[in-house]
Design a protein around this ligand. Structure first.
Ligand code: GAL
Length: 711
C-alpha cells in the first residue's frame, strides 16, 4: 500500500515539477520565466556581483512587446525546448562574440565556447545564450549546457500559411533556394539534457535600454583603472629582464606612450602547462624588476593560462581539486569551488601581485582544440570535476570563472586591474577584462568591437605584425578606438612599426622608413592618450547605467533600417562615431545616422542619414563627432601615473546640445564605490566651456584649458 502511495506521490511530483511554468518580475523590467529544475551549475550562480538594484529602479517603466505567457517551455526525453515569440520585422543581435554574422535572424546558432569559430555555427570565445531585439528586449537563457537557438524560420507543422506559401513550380536553381516567406514565428531554444530552465527577459523602451538592463542585472559594467585605458605593449616571449628594460627605455626616450608592459610565457619556469613560478634565469629579482619599471611609469602584466604543471607549487594543492582529465598536460582547476578559486587566487596575490604585477593575460581558456588539431589542448566534455560539474558546462563557464578567481583577489585588495582574457560568457559585464585572439583579420577585429557591446563584453583588436606598414597603421587606428589598445609583439624583437615582416624584424633588419612610421604610430597613440578622460567618463556610465562604451549603430538608432547590418562602424560614448579603414584603400564608404557630424581631422561637416565616401591618412583618426558635442581632449601624456593630472582642451562641435560629464577619482581603487569621486560638468556659456565639480574627492585631476570652436 505504502509503496503505491509513494509511487503515485513521486509521479505526481514529477508531473507538477515539469509542468508548472512560473513568471516573476525579479526587479523592475527584469522578468524570470522558470520551468522544472534548471540544475546546479547555471551561470547566474557564479556571478561576481549582485544586480544594481537602485539603477534598475531608476530606469523608466516599460512594457514588453509580447505577453510572457506566450513563452512556452517543455521538457521531454531529449531535454528542454523553449519557444519565444518573434515578430516578422524584428532584428536580432547578440550571442556573445559572433565572428560570422552580425544580425542573427533566420540563423541556427549554437553559442558554445571554442577558439576557432568555424562556419558561423555560433562557436565563439565568448558564447552567450542571449540575444537582443530591436523591438526593445533581451533574452538570456540561464544555462551552461550547450544550447541551440533557431532564430525564426522553423515552423511547426499544421500552419497552412507556411505550408502553402511555396506551391508554384520552381523554374531555376535560384528560385529553388531563394528565401521563402518570412522569418517570423518564434525563437526556439533546444537544450539537450536539461530538466528545466530559467529564462530572463530584460525589457527596454528600445534595444539600448534592454541591454542596459542586462548589464545592470549582471552587476553593472566595468570601470577599468585609468592606466588601463592607455597603451599595452606585449614584448617577445624570449625577452629577459635586460631586453625588457631596453624596450621600456626605448619607448620613454622616443616619447612613445606605453602604460603596461606584458610578459609572455617565458617569465615562468614552465608555460604549457603553467608553473606560475618566476623564471629566475630571466628575471632574477622579480620585485626589483617591477619596481624599476614602476619608476619609469610602467605596469607589468603576465601571460598565463589556468592549467597547472606538475612542477608548479600549486600542483599538490590543486591535484584533488581539479578535473579527471588534463589540458596541455596540466591540471584543470575546479573553479566552481570557491575554495579552489581562493587557493589559486591567493597564490597569485602572494607570488605575483604583491611582487608588483598589475594584471594578467588569461590565455587558452576557450577550448582550443580545433585550430591546431590537438585534443590535448583542452579537456574533454565528459571530464568530471569534484564539484560535480561536467566538462561541457565547465567549458561554458571556464573563462568567466577564471576571471572571477583573479578579479576577486584584486577586488579584495581594493586594487583595480585590467585583464586580457580569451573566453567569457554571461554575467561578465563587471569584469575588468578585454577579450582578444590572434586568429582574425582586421575586418573581423573591427566587427567584434560593435558585436561585443550587445552582450556586456569588451573586445581588444590587437595589433601584431602585418603585410605592410599601411595595414599596421590601419590596425593601430582601430586599436586606439577600442576598449584596449594592445600591441602583441610576443614573437617580435622590435616594435612592429619598425619592421612589419616577422623574419626581418627578428633579424633587426628595419624598414627604410622606420623612423617616419614610428612618427605616424606615435601620433595615433598620442590621440589615444588624449581621449582617456572622455573614455573614462563613458566607462563610468557603463559601470553605473550599463550603457556600453562601444556600441553598434543600431543600438542608438534602432528604427533606422540603414544601420541594421552595419558592423564596420561603431559609436564610442555619447558623441563619437568610429569608421576604421581596412585594406589598401585610403577611403571607404560610411553611413552617418541622423544628426550632423564632423570629420575629426578635417572638421568638415556632414549631414546625417546619408552615405559618403571618406578618406583618412595613415596618421589620422577615422572618427566623426556628433554635432552638439563638447569633446574634452587631454594633453597627451607618455603614461598614466597614480597622481596624473589632465589638462583639457574642450572642442565644441557646433552649438552644444547639453553639458559633457567627466568622472574624477583616484583611478586605481574601488573607493569610488564609497562615494570618493567627483562628477565634473562641462557647460558652455559666454563663449567658453566652464567646469563645475561636485563631490569631495581630492586631489583634483582635471584642469580646464582653452575652448576651441569647430564651426
Ligand atoms: C597564444 C596567444 C598569443 C600568445 C601565445 C603565447 O595562445 O593567443 O597572444 O600569448 O599564446 O604562447
Amino acid at each position: 500500500m505504502n509503496k503505491y502511495f509513494f509511487l503515485i506521490y513521486f509521479l505526481l511530483g514529477q508531473l507538477l515539477s515539469v509542468q508548472a511554468q512560473s513568471v516573476e518580475q525579479v526587479l523592475p523590467g527584469v522578468f524570470k520565466v522558470s520551468f522544472g529544475d534548471p540544475g546546479k551549475f547555471t551561470p547566474e550562480q557564479f556571478r561576481t556581483k549582485g544586480p544594481k538594484e537602485e539603477a534598475l529602479k531608476r530606469m523608466p517603466e516599460v512594457k514588453l512587446p509580447f505577453d510572457l505567457s506566450a513563452i512556452k517551455i517543455k521538457v521531454n526525453g531529449r531535454g528542454v525546448i523553449a519557444t519565444i515569440p518573434l515578430k516578422n520585422e524584428e532584428q536580432l543581435y547578440g550571442f556573445g562574440l559572433q565572428m560570422g554574422s552580425f544580425q542573427q535572424n533566420n540563423l541556427r546558432k549554437r553559442p558554445i565556447v571554442n577558439d576557432y569559430p568555424l562556419n558561423n555555427l555560433g562557436y565563439s570565445h565568448a558564447p552567450l545564450p542571449y540575444y537582443v531585439s530591436n523591438e526593445g528586449y533581451a533574452v538570456l537563457i540561464n544555462t551552461a549546457k550547450y544550447a541551440t537557438f533557431y532564430c525564426g524560420g522553423n515552423q511547426p507543422k499544421g500552419n497552412l500559411q507556411f505550408e502553402q506559401s511555396n506551391q508554384k513550380t520552381m523554374l531555376s536553381v535560384d528560385e529553388l533556394y531563394q528565401s521563402r516567406g518570412t522569418a517570423s514565428g518564434n525563437v526556439i531554444v533546444d537544450i539537450p539534457g536539461a530538466k528545466g530552465v530559467e529564462i530572463y527577459i530584460f525589457a527596454g523602451s528600445d534595444m539600448l535600454t534592454a541591454i542596459q538592463r542586462y548589464n545592470l542585472f549582471a552587476g553593472g559594467g566595468t570601470l577599468p583603472p585609468l592606466w588601463g585605458l592607455g597603451i599595452k605593449y606585449r614584448v617577445m616571449a624570449d625577452f629577459k629582464e635586460s631586453d625588457v628594460y631596453k624596450t621600456a627605455e626605448y619607448f620613454r626616450q622616443k616619447k612613445i606612450p606605453v602604460d603596461v608592459i606584458g610578459l609572455e610565457p617565458r617569465w615562468q619556469t614552465s608555460a604549457y602547462p603553467c608553473s606560475f613560478a618566476w623564471n629566475t634565469d630571466f628575471f632574477p629579482d622579480p620585485k626589483a624588476f617591477t619596481d624599476k619599471l614602476k619608476r619609469q611609469g610602467y605596469r607589468v602584466n603576465l601571460w598565463e593560462h589556468a592549467f597547472v604543471s606538475s612542477s608548479s607549487p600549486l600542483y599538490s594543492t590543486l591535484f584533488e581539486k581539479s578535473g579527471d582529465f588534463l589540458a596541455f598536460n596540466g591540471l584543470v582547476p575546479d573553479f566552481i569551488d570557491q575554495h579552489t578559486r581562493a587557493l589559486f587566487g591567493s597564490y597569485h596575490k602572494e607570488h605575483l601581485i604583491d611582487v608588483g604585477v598589475s594584471g594578467f593575460k588569461l590565455d587558452e581558456c576557450d577550448n582550443s582544440d580545433l585550430r591546431f588539431g590537438s585534443a590535448r589542448w583542452s579537456f574533454p566534455e565528459h571530464t568530471q570535476f569534484p564539484s560535480g560539474i561536467d566538462g561541457e558546462q565547465m567549458h561554458q563557464l571556464f573563462g568567466v570563472l577564471y576571471q572571477k578567481a583573479i578579479y576577486e583577489v584584486f577586488k579584495k585588495m581594493n586594487k583595480r586591474t585590467y585583464l586580457d582574457v580569451r573566453s567569457s560568457g554571461p554575467f561578465a559585464s563587471p569584469y575588468p577584462a578585454a577579450l582578444y585572439s590572434d586568429t582574425y583579420d582586421h575586418k573581423e577585429y573591427i566587427e567584434q568591437i560593435a558585436n561585443a557591446g550587445f552582450s556586456g563584453l569588451l573586445w581588444s583588436p590587437e595589433v601584431r605584425e602585418s603585410q605592410s606598414f599601411r595595414e599596421l597603421a590601419r590596425r593601430s587606428q582601430t586599436a586606439v578606438l577600442s576598449a584596449q589598445t594592445l600591441f602583441n609583439s610576443w614573437y617580435l624583437q622590435n616594435p612592429p612599426w619598425l619592421q612589419v615582416d616577422r623574419g626581418k624584424n627578428n633579424r633587426n633588419e628595419l624598414l627604410p622608413d622606420a623612423e617616419q612610421n614610428e612618427e605616424t604610430i606615435k601620433q595615433l597613440l598620442n590621440f589615444r592618450m588624449q581621449l582617456i578622460p572622455y573614455l573614462y567618463a563613458a566607462f563610468h556610465k557603463y559601470e553605473t547605467e550599463g550603457i556600453p562604451v562601444f556600441r553598434a549603430l543600431v543600438m542608438d538608432y534602432p528604427k533606422d533600417p540603414e544601420v541594421f547590418d552595419i558592423a564596420n562602424e561603431y559609436l564610442i560614448g555619447a558623441g563619437l562615431l568610429a569608421a576604421p579603414i581596412t585594406g589598401d584603400s585610403d577611403s571607404r564608404e560610411i553611413y552617418l545616422p541622423a544628426g550632423n557630424w564632423y570629420n575629426f581631422n578635417s572638421n568638415q561637416k556632414y549631414i546625417g542619414g546619408k552615405r559618403y565616401k571618406v578618406s583618412f591618412k595613415l596618421n589620422e583618426i577615422p572618427l566623426f563627432v556628433k554635432e552638439g558635442t563638447i569633446l574634452p581632449l587631454a594633453d597627451a601624456l607618455p603614461f598614466i601615473d597614480d597622481d596624473t593630472t589632465f589638462n583639457l582642451t574642450c572642442y565644441l562641435y557646433g552649438a552644444p546640445s547639453g553639458p559633457a560629464y567627466l568622472f574624477e577619482d583616484d583611478g586605481i581603487t574601488y573607493n569610488y564605490e564609497n562615494k570618493l569621486f567627483n562628477t565634473i560638468k562641462l557647460t558652455y556659456a559666454d563663449d567658453e566651456v566652464k567646469l563645475e565639480r561636485a563631490g569631495a574627492f581630492q586631489p583634483k585631476r582635471y584642469h580646464l584649458g582653452k575652448t576651441v570652436h569647430i564651426p
